[in-house]
Design a protein around this ligand. Structure first.
Ligand SMILES: C=C(O[C@@H]1C=C(C(=O)O)C=C[C@H]1O)C(=O)O
Length: 285
């Protein structure tokens, strides 16, 4: 095995475009330690990290929050927005007044956004809808629900359809009600892996930060990949990536702690969350 590791480090990559800036220029083959990439939807990565099937991953910030004692965060990495995010969307078939007491279909790919939606519906709008998990397909979700929540590229593709539904952007609603940032995803590593393989983690971390830096300096490579793989227009993707933030500083942490507080108040999670960053890491930004 490469450079003395008894086994490869397994790294989970969110397959949605929102995480591309941190992964696009990251090539495991260039690392001195053997690293396997596992691409999946956020909810699957949440489960695999929880089960120890992978060591480190970009996961839903909600999934981090309910298991934070087992994980460390990789500093200054997240998927966040201040206001509109454009890929966490509630499509309304019925008027909002009916939706807040009606039935909402929830994509099975998410954890942060389904709980963000509950905060918005129950805490901000004073509603009490029922929720039903569903595969992420707009038309089938709306066959027997008043509204449908989609995230990531499923939401982006659906937003391009001539569907005629009113659409709420949950990043925008959160920001209007709280004035805060919202953080949807974080990079987490099992504490045990971090203690056992510090050098390997340092090199993975450096690679992820380097990818983020390259993407921030020049959006063109990820914009043209998105055009090829998903469609849309170059201005659309420039605008999309420019509105996402992949840092995790004091402002993003404050927004996320407020989200965790509201989630606790609604009984969606039980414990306070310590945002514990990997202690041994040398952070070069
Ligand atoms: C911005 C997004 O952030 C995401 C939302 C997640 C969630 O709701 O659990 C998890 C990871 C991110 O992919 C998005 O999906 O559009």
């Amino acid at each position: 095995m490469g450079n003395g590791l008894p086994r490869p480090i397994k790294l989970g990559r969110i397959s949605y475009t929102n995480a591309w800036p941190v992964f696009h220029h990251f090539d495991p083959a260039e690392l001195p330690f053997q690293t396997e990439l596992h691409s999946d939807m956020p909810a699957t990565l949440n489960r695999k990290l929880r089960a120890g099937e992978i060591d480190i991953a970009a996961i839903s910030s909600y999934a981090y929050g309910i298991s934070s004692a087992s994980y460390y965060l990789l500093p200054n990495l997240s998927v966040s927005s201040f206001g509109r995010v454009q890929s966490i969307l509630l499509f309304l078939k019925s008027p909002l007044e009916k939706v807040i007491h009606g039935k909402i279909a929830l994509t099975t790919t998410s954890a942060t956004s389904v709980n963000l939606l509950k905060i918005i519906m129950e805490k901000f709008y004073g509603g009490k809808p029922t929720y039903e998990d569903a595969e992420p397909s707009l038309e089938s979700m709306l066959e027997n629900a008043d509204a449908a929540l989609l995230i990531g590229d499923h939401a982006i593709r659906a937003s391009w359809l001539k569907h005629g539904y009113r659409v709420l952007d949950l990043g925008e609603v959160w920001n209007l009600w709280t004035g805060q940032w919202m953080t949807y995803a974080l990079w987490a590593v099992h504490r045990e892996t971090a203690h056992r393989y510090p050098e390997a983690l340092q090199s993975i971390y450096n690679g992820l930060l380097e990818s983020k830096r390259k993407s921030t300096d020049d959006l063109e490579p990820i914009v043209s990949k998105a055009l090829h793989q998903i469609g849309g227009t170059s201005p659309y993707w420039h605008n999309y990536f420019q509105h996402l933030c992949h840092d995790f500083g004091a402002e993003q942490k404050a927004g996320l702690q407020l989200y965790f507080q509201y989630a606790r108040e609604l009984g969606l999670m039980s414990d306070e969350v310590q945002l514990s960053e990997l202690p041994s890491l040398r952070v070069s930004r």
